[in-house]
Design a protein around this ligand. Structure first.
Ligand SMILES: [Zn+2]
Length: 373
């Protein structure tokens, strides 16, 4: 079919239930042409038309456009160090089914076997409706879909083995996909340049420009935690010294409190933040880490001229526990040109579990739509 058919599907994907008249306006076509496109896409089992709920006003009845109940599906897969989850996602973003499992501290072969078996089971249930897969992983993904996740010990693994016969296969880093989702359906919707930062065992994220993440030449962009905004006397596991990530995570809190480096820095950080009563040493540690976060955010805003910055992971906890410490350091680090209306620093609207898998679904739909029409 045509590019206009793809555009119409994209409109229904972003606004399921859009009226046929609004869809025609968004596409810039007349009602006759819109009716023709809708008829074509209905016959191809991609859309259905339904009468809109009565609005109470008189006039001609309105028709809304919805995903076809037997239409194509994408599989959104999120793999973390501890667990995996697959969402079966309809056009429009609704989840039709979910599968999940846990795999703490196992090799890639075991993870691959579990996820591939679940995908095979989904395909046996949904037949030829699943047409694309998007995979979120805790590492970097090359252009040839090979994953390197050093903390999990997964090196140069071939992600396409999860579903070798997939029609469309896309994959990306979890923080990058969370950033993409935030720009499509979250707090950064409609931003021209958005920065998303996620603090966990390290600090990662992505710059998203007009809905598209900057992924870098090797798929390794967004390693903001390794910019030298930290204490130059601290050596980072990445091999550099003075990395920002070492100043804003659980290890920074432990150092401040004179405790040994925690085995699980995320759980440790949450415990310290929860214990940070006003005036306590924990609160002093939390405020110093929050200030290090705010200073670095200012650096990113100065460098990228972002519309806004969203925070995920421990960033949300720090924003709740010490908002003034973040704000003060942030404003202090901003260039004068940004100070009249500083780009907001907000918690991400999608949670830490939802962001990466929602981003994987969006990326899969973006890649699939042109193939459907
Ligand atoms: Zn580093």
């Amino acid at each position: 079919m045509t590019t206009r058919s793809t555009e119409l599907l994209r409109v229904v994907h972003h606004r399921p239930g859009v009226t046929r008249a609004d869809a025609a306006r968004l596409l810039g076509v007349g009602t006759g042409a819109a009716t023709e496109l809708v008829t074509k896409l209905s016959r191809a089992s991609l859309l259905v038309q339904a009468p809109a709920a009565p609005s109470g006003s008189r006039g001609r009845p309105t028709t809304v456009l919805l995903p076809h109940p037997e239409g194509p599906l994408v599989l959104a897969v999120a793999i973390t160090h501890e667990a995996w989850r697959i969402d079966v996602v309809e056009l429009g973003g609704a989840t039709a089914a979910t599968r999940s499992g846990r795999h703490a501290a196992t090799g890639w072969d075991e993870v691959r076997a579990a996820v591939a078996a679940a995908i095979a089971e989904i395909i046996s249930r949904y037949g030829d409706r699943p047409r694309a897969v998007g995979v979120s992983v805790p590492g970097t993904v090359s252009r040839t879909l090979r994953l390197d996740a050093s903390t999990a010990g997964w090196h140069d693994v071939d992600l396409t083995e999860l579903w070798p016969h997939a029609g469309v296969f896309v994959a990306g880093n979890d923080a990058t996909l969370a950033a993409t989702a935030e720009s499509h359906r979250g707090a950064a919707a409609n931003a021209s340049v958005a920065v998303h930062l996620r603090i966990e065992a390290g600090l990662g994220g992505a710059v998203v420009e007009n809905g598209r993440p900057v992924i870098g030449a090797r798929g390794a962009a967004g390693e903001f935690g390794h910019m030298p905004f930290g204490d130059p006397s601290i050596r980072c596991p990445c091999g550099a010294s003075g990395c920002w990530g070492t100043a804003v995570d659980g290890t920074a809190l432990a150092r401040f409190l004179g405790e040994p480096a925690p085995r699980d820095p995320v759980t440790y950080a949450r415990r310290v933040i929860a214990a940070a009563a006003p005036g306590s040493t924990e609160m002093i540690a939390v405020r110093s880490v929050a200030a290090a976060l705010g200073r670095g955010v200012a650096g990113l805003v100065n460098g990228l001229d972002a519309d806004l910055v969203t925070l995920g992971g421990l960033g949300v906890d720090l924003l709740a526990a010490a908002p003034d410490a973040i704000e003060e350091a942030y404003r202090d680090g901003l260039m004068l040109i940004h100070r009249d209306s500083p780009p907001p620093v907000l918690p991400a609207a999608l949670g830490d579990e939802e962001g990466p898998i929602a981003g994987a679904a969006e990326q899969a739909w973006t890649a699939l739509l042109p193939h459907l029409t």
